[in-house]
Each structure stands twice: as C-alpha cells, then as structure tokens.
Design a protein around this ligand. Sequence first.
Ligand code: ZN
Length: 252
Amino acid sequence: MATRHRRPNRGLARRTARKAAAPLYRLLHPRKPAFTCPICNYQGPFRDKRDRRHAKCPSCGALERTRLLFAVLSPLLESFSPERKRVLHIAPEAQLDEWLRGRFGHYVSGDLQRMDVNARVDIQHLPFPDATFDLVVASHVLEYPEDDRKAIAEVQRVLRADGIAALPVPLMHFRTRDLPARDATTRVMHEPGLDYFQRMEANFAQVHLHRSDEVNPAHQPFIHAPTDKTPPLLVHQPNVRLDVVPICLTKP
Ligand SMILES: [Zn+2]
C-alpha cells in the first residue's frame, strides 16, 4: 500500500516569493528577448540556467522541457472525454501539479524519495492495479531506474485501454548508453539516445514524438546551449537544440 505524506508549505512559500520577484527580473533585463510562459502566462525575459540561455520562467519556475510538455499535453487533454479522470504524476513538476489537479478528478502524485507527494512509488514496481489511470506523466524519470524497460512496462500496465503516457527523457547521444553503474554525478543509469523511444514502442501500440519546433516558439521550448556534442538530428540552429516529448498510446 502506498505511504501518504503531508505536503509541506515550504514549496508554496518559495513559489509565492518567486512570482512576486518576476516583475523585477523583467525590469532589470530590458534587453533580453521576451517570451510567454504557457503555464503561468508571464510575459518577459526568462532566466538562464547554467549554460542554458532563456531556460527558466522567472514567475513559475517552469523549465524548457516543462513548457514543451505542457504545450504538447494541453491540446491532447482537451480531446479527453470528461469521464477520463485519473492521472498519475511521477516526480511531479510543481508547475504542472496544479493544472493536472484541476483537470482531473483523481490526481495521484508519486516519487521514490520526495515527501511532498501522495504516494511513495518505485516506477519499476508501481503499487496500483492494472488499468488504473487514464494518463501517466513521468518526465526525466526513466534514465534513473536500473530496469527502465520494466518501468516502461509498469506504466503501460497501470494505464487503461485508451490511456496515454508522456515519458520525456534527456536526449544525450545518438545511441543510448546503458551504464554499468549509476553515474556518480548525474545519478543516472541510462543516457538516452535517439533510439531510446524503441523501448517505448516495445510496450505501447503507438508512440508519437512531438518536437520543440512543433509548438509556439513564444513559449521558448528549445534548449539554448552549445550544440557541438548534440546529435545532428536535434540541432535546430547553431547553439539551439530541439527537445522531444514522446506520447505513448495503449490503443492501436
Ligand atoms: Zn511560468
């Protein structure tokens, strides 16, 4: 049975402070290009994050990948019939949490270590019966479990017959590298390449790949970082790379 925890208010206080400081960030950076966050509707420059330019919304904190995921998922969920109400959000992003809670009648957040979630879950052994959820969202999760193929099979198992899963991973290489031991710095077991989506195709009837250049560029869904080591298929412009959101469907 899943363990339940209280949600601490620390995250809420941090989010409130960040939102209050966003207009000041806009005022102090008049020369940076302006974007629109699709999640919180902030308009203005985005913060850089290490070597990634225009990465983070200063108001809600959403990163490039979270804005892309939101932009891909929103139209999909509009086509969901109202009786499809059950969502599992693994390693939940605070920016998507509120939106998914509002959209779905039954929201479960899960994580292996975090305390601010509904259920303690190991994605390799999900503590839910078959066909429980209409949607599973797990972004930048599959690179961590030792048996990522089992994790993907588990996500498929807990989905209903017409369920969908959004399972983005960080694309690092041309071909996926499975590491012999957990990387000491990044803690990952797998460094996904462009062939990684085949592991999803082995479990799902359909896998649709949605790319950064398919959504509104005003949301800044690209990764602005040096592209010298990026697989060529992901290079959008010099020093701008594409990201990909795989949407996996159980129904053929
Ligand atoms: Zn935002």
